[in-house]
Design a protein around this ligand. Structure first.
Ligand code: FMN
Length: 321
């Protein structure tokens, strides 16, 4: 097994990862035990569900719909993505800090705390509470598309608002590095990335889910999700994530946590070649199961051996040359 092999090891914002693969935020629940499960199944780091100051119930079920497409000559229907509108359900900052502490007591794999708020002050308050549990990194979720009825346009549509939040989180983070998670839905990814960098971000995560999209069940003749619309993730969005990482890499020198559509080593390699040094994986757990990170890591190792590279870091951004 290749997990922990030195050819895949890296430092992300100074935090040692045994490999570049990171559990993306929100995909597998909120508990320390579900994070721990992924930590023992090949993750280089795990990200918590996004956390707000107070508990949030989220949207009523169904909150997730698997999107299928006709594939091959006979048009067999296979999953190509996921539509979700979970609505940022989470236990609130005090309970999340306890989950992070419980995780840290049992697992060594670095943990990234994802923070969310209705306004810059709430982002800072959540960060201050979670900082007491000493996560290895913060990730600032300014880009959730599924709560616009409550909060309006995501902050990630606006580089000035995103910069203001970044500054507040940095001030509250007690020196723990901060990644800002952005979306492709902004006027310019280059402007957004520069604005995060100027505001003191230590890294950029790209991308959040795309859309929103809408999935209608043709038998019930109704939308599947209770929220009607939801954010699209999974293999269908990979080219959007690769393009986003490519543009961010051209604009800034911050490390990038490339996320969106990765379900095998080829997808991870595309994001790395575009400029990502770490890779978020979410929907692939739903579509391919619990061993998906181990399989991707083995594929990355094989690729390094086949191409005569000694370290994955040699490939970061290599497609720009
Ligand atoms: C069910 C589900 C819940 C999610 N919850 C969050 C969340 O709480 N915070 C966040 O920043 N992103 C959230 N995301 C977005 C993922 O972290 C990721 O950015 C996106 O799904 C693209 O990656 P993927 O194609 O590998 O899933 C969620 C995605 C899914 C599918």
């Amino acid at each position: 097994l290749s997990i922990g092999a030195s050819s895949l090891a890296l430092q992300f914002c100074g935090v040692p990862f045994a490999n570049p693969l990171v559990l993306a935020s929100g995909v597998l629940g909120v508990s320390s035990s579900s994070l721990g499960f992924v930590a023992t199944h090949g993750a280089g780091a795990v990200t918590t569900k996004s956390c707000s100051l107070l508990p949030r119930p989220g949207h009523p079920t169904p909150v997730v719909a698997i999107v299928e497409g006709p594939v091959g000559e006979r048009g067999e229907r296979r999953p190509i993505g996921l539509l979700n509108a979970v609505g940022l359900s989470n236990p609130g900052a005090v309970a999340m800090a306890a989950e992070i502490r419980a995780y840290r007591e049992r697992f060594q794999v670095p943990v990234i705390a994802s923070v969310f708020g209705a306004h810059p002050g709430e982002f800072a308050e959540v960060t201050a509470i979670l900082a007491e549990a000493a996560p290895d990194l913060f990730e600032v979720n300014v880009s959730c598309p599924n709560v616009s009825a409550e909060f309006g346009e995501p902050f990630a549509a606006d580089p000035v608002a995103t910069a203001a939040i970044t500054r507040r989180v940095k001030d509250a983070s007690r020196g723990i590095p901060v990644a800002v998670k952005i979306s492709i839905h902004c006027p310019s990814l280059a402007v957004m990335a520069k604005s995060c960098a100027d505001a003191g971000a230590d890294a950029i995560t790209a991308i959040n889910t795309v859309g929103p999209g809408l999935h209608i069940d043709v038998h019930h003749e109704r939308p599947v999700l209770s929220n009607v619309t939801g954010g699209l993730s999974g293999p269908a969005v990979l080219p959007l994530a690769v393009r986003a990482v490519w543009e961010i890499r051209k604009a800034v020198s911050l490390p990038i946590l490339g996320t969106g559509g990765v379900a095998d080593a080829d997808g991870a390699l595309q994001l790395i070649l575009a400029g990502a040094s770490a890779i978020g994986v979410g929907t692939a757990f739903w579509l391919r199961g619990e061993n998906v990170l181990i399989e991707i890591a083995e594929g990355l190792d094989r690729h390094l051996a086949e191409t005569g590279r000694s370290s994955i870091s040699e490939l970061v951004g290599a497609a720009h040359a």
